[in-house]
Design a protein around this ligand. Sequence first.
Ligand code: MN
Length: 436
Amino acid sequence: MNIAFGHTNMDLDCLGSLILVKKLFPQYRLVRSKLIHPAARNLYNLYQNYFDFLDPKDLEEEHIENIIIVDTCMAERVGEYLTCVRNSDPKIRIIDHHQIENCNILGAVIEGGRVGANTSYLGKLAMMQGIKLQSEEATIALTGIYADTGRLIYENVRREDFEVCAWLLDMGASLRLVKSFLEPIQDDDQIVTLSQILLSMVTREIQGHSILLSYLEIAENIPGLSTVVEKVMDIEHPDAYFAFFYIPKSKTTFLIARSQKARIDLHELLHVYGGGGHHLAASAKIINRDGPAFYEEFLACLESSLSPATRAENIMTRNVRTIHENNSLLEASLLLEEAELTGVPVLNNNEEVTGYIGLRDIMKGRKAAVMNAPVKAYMSKPAIIASGAVTMREVERMFYKHHIGHLPIVEDHKLVGIVTRWDYLQYKKRQTGNNQ
Ligand SMILES: [Mn+2]
């Protein structure tokens, strides 16, 4: 017998991969996990007959010749299946989109690629072989890709993910159904937890980062807490969020964390407590500690271990071109043209920034035919300025609030630099780090 399975606690990408394995390798039977991820339960319940799953215990009487494993390459995530395989020499082929250099399943042949969803990798194979899907199968696969790529927006998304999505639409996938399976919060427990968090959470500025914290006591573990945490993250947009869930009767704390900044490396922070994950998403289970005491200890640790947030002075452009307020609009116009700029800060006799003159201001003077008028008559004022110590969050807020794309940075009444839209966008691009 030949079998195929994904990781324990099957999620949507796992199911999307398996439905394509069934088409690509019809001589293989699919095996299900005892655990279905809460986000995948709805889809699983409705479509289980399309998979025709075996139970792991059905394997115990069989001789297994070939195994295909999808969406994981870690032995600890396939233990429930492998312990049911009685013979010792099956050939194992792994198709995974995670970091396959970390694979610890001995003797396996591994393939895969850096695509956002594992389903996309298999979808590409199916596309190239001219395989046709039923619309239900296409819907299952498309849900898998949308789920694992945050609807095609995560950093690990590749061209292949888009290509396979287009192909799945051609195969009749229903976006309406996909959307219904992606509604992340379905359980009443999750909804109650979400509203409790929204009422009790606090934001603290730690080392210049905006850190969201919530602490909740719960009677027992609630499935799908990480989905709730991600929802809160979507609503609040902090730089990082640490959600504490404490179960008093077992003295257990679940700490779930999400970050939007490469500078806040969650794997590193939670590793200390026996947890881990990725740099932007990690969790830890802390046992035999009092919840409130642990919460306080963790906060103190954050203060000392977070590296400081980027500030305006770290990314500003120095050597700023300027113009004097008594210069004429014509001179300002020539300066902008020569320097290929769209605007410059305006200085008075004390070299203080008194305003900003841009192409649009000059245009008004040109229309009124007063190009010999002084800059100070047409500049935007009062000057919107900031100190070098402002955080990037504050810079962003000032850009939006004042509808500007440039922020002169001033120390001791003297201009020391400027943060432009371009500086800001470069900073944002670097934010979440490498493409993992
Ligand atoms: Mn996956």
